[in-house]
Design a protein around this ligand. Sequence first.
Ligand SMILES: Nc1nc2c(c(=O)[nH]1)N[C@H]1C(S)=C(S)[C@@H](COP(=O)(O)O)O[C@H]1N2
Ligand SMILES: [Mo]
Length: 361
Amino acid sequence: MWGKRGDMVVHTREPFNAEPPRCALAGRPITAVDTFYSRNHGPIPEVDEGLWRLEVDGLVRRPLRLSLDRLRDGFERREVTATLQCAGNRRAGLLEVRDIPGQEPWGPGATSTARWSGVRLADVLAEAGLLPQAAFVAFTAPDVSEDADPPQPFGGSIPVAKALADEVLLAWAMNDRPLPRVHGGPLRVVVPGWIGARSVKWLQRITARAEPSRNYFQAVAYRLLPPDADPAQVRPGDGVPLGPVALNCDILWPDGAAPVPAGPVEVTGYALAGDDRAVTRLDVSLDDGRTWAQAELDAPEGPWTWQHWRITVDLPPGETVVTARAWDSTAALQPESPASLWNPLGYVNNAWARLRLAGLA
Ligand SMILES: Nc1nc2c(c(=O)[nH]1)N[C@H]1C(S)=C(S)[C@@H](COP(=O)(O)O)O[C@H]1N2
Ligand SMILES: [Mo]
């Protein structure tokens, strides 16, 4: 479906929600387009590239209406390699703590990395001329989501400071090919280091505002609620809006699907610090955190990407739980337990990664 590989874990077909199995992400700094996760809240729209125009309005001196050709010809072309991660990544680990009705059990595969090409959002905003009252930049798309209450098109916003940052793109290409429809073609926002929900696909309108977007996916969903909150009673503005990605990691290989010969085994995975933080250390334990060994961190493709890591461990025969945890450049460490992180919509599970391996004698 949608040009994805046959072994994708499809959570729902309509809307289309799918992630690659962990082994498909292992050892590959850039994710192939057919392997990149896909997260949708409504039907994937078909946008006529010729008729399509990008509107820029709100608190700007000169509202703009730009065709794709105008964007391509009128602004400097930029390329950024960036990892996208959904706030629901690794929700499956929270579901083991307590049920989360109506939310999909995403594994660690709602995280993927691509080379994005387009123009800086900052350059388009400069052409429109932001007014001093503009504090947020909101994005609107045409895909109407029945998950929203009331049903509405997908949208969201980021603060002006991030919108003006060099790395934030309006992208029309992914891995040097035209941006596929399923990933937001003809044009999407790419907000490196922030939760995937802010990288709005099928971008139609950019609005400079004094306040954050009132769109359901900014004001109600993608917010961290206290554990005792009733998601059915949530009002716009409740909880903490999610923005920068939290420090996280997971194990990709071995994938736990089949036993592996006991003895020296190379264990690999990814780690991601989010926003402008960097991963500085990755520890692996075979004894539930009593002792740790440090993995080797691969150099990242750039400042906005995950880092892969590897370590050779001596896997004993029988069952072993491998635990991994990352540290970042602010000396923050991932939290130990998913129970301490559980929240009613199941976002940001960044607890230590644990994977059960069977060693063959
Ligand atoms: N218009 C629109 N943009 C969207 C979404 C959506 O449902 N509609 N999903 C968001 C979410 S939650 C994520 S994690 C990313 C996923 O991007 P991908 O499908 O290209 O992997 O797109 C974001 N942009
Ligand atoms: Mo997401």
